[in-house]
Design a protein around this ligand. Structure first.
Ligand code: COA
Length: 184
């Protein structure tokens, strides 16, 4: 999906990614063990920037995925990405995933700001009734950003993923529309 008009928060622009956003810096985020520690991408090899260009193209063409670049207003820097999708239309439900790749930007509330606005858009403009998100139990930053964005911890899936030589749980979070009786 392409977003015709970028979303805006007090400090961020959330906008559709273009081929020229596929930089060496973006590629380095995916390869950095400190950044990809809790991400499935650590199991894949992203070969080069061309592969990122192809990924951006395919996600922008997908009718069930909205991926946005997280860009700071103060200096126009691309610091991460957020993806709403896949959108499961019959259930008015989607998953949100996010990455702040610029480590200097961690702990400043950017993930919380991006999640809050992307989910607001998903519910108000796309008509979603529920957004879910998952994170490893060892990823406190992600869990906290979700809770601060209004998500509730809805489930724990024990022994769900392989993490640094052991098995750990996944935490499932949900954000629910206020009027759940409304059908879909
Ligand atoms: C996890 C991640 C998204 C957090 O982004 P962020 O912009 O730093 O998050 P926020 O600043 O909105 O943080 C929300 C809260 O979590 C806290 N927090 C952030 N990182 C933390 C960490 N590593 N350990 C403990 N708390 C952390 C923040 O201090 C803040 O709490 P506060 O408001 O009480 O100070 C970011 O570190 C990241 O992208 N990491 C790599 C990829 C990743 O793990 N993505 C999520 C996969 S589920």
């Amino acid at each position: 999906m392409i977003l015709a008009k970028a979303l805006e928060t007090p400090r961020l622009i959330l906008r559709t990614l273009h081929a020229d956003d596929a930089t060496d810096t973006y590629l380095s985020w995916l390869r950095d063990p400190e950044i990809n520690r809790y991400l499935e991408i650590r199991f894949s090899e992203v070969k080069d920037v061309q592969e990122l260009v192809a990924f951006i193209k395919s996600v922008n063409e997908s009718p069930v995925n909205l991926m946005l670049g997280i860009v700071t207003k103060k200096d126009g820097r691309h610091i991460g990405n957020i993806k709403l999708g896949p959108i499961v239309a019959p259930h008015s439900r989607a998953t949100v995933g996010f990455l702040i790749g610029d480590k200097a930007s961690w702990g400043q509330g950017y993930a919380t700001e991006a999640i809050t606005e992307t989910c607001r858009y998903g519910m108000q403009d796309l008509g979603l009734a529920k957004v879910t998100a998952g994170c490893y139990e060892t990823n406190p930053g992600s869990a906290k950003a979700l809770l601060k964005s209004g998500f509730a911890h809805e489930a724990t899936i024990p022994s769900d993923v392989a993490f640094e030589g052991r098995r750990i749980a996944s935490l499932i979070f949900g954000l629910n529309r206020e009027d759940p009786e409304q059908g879909n």
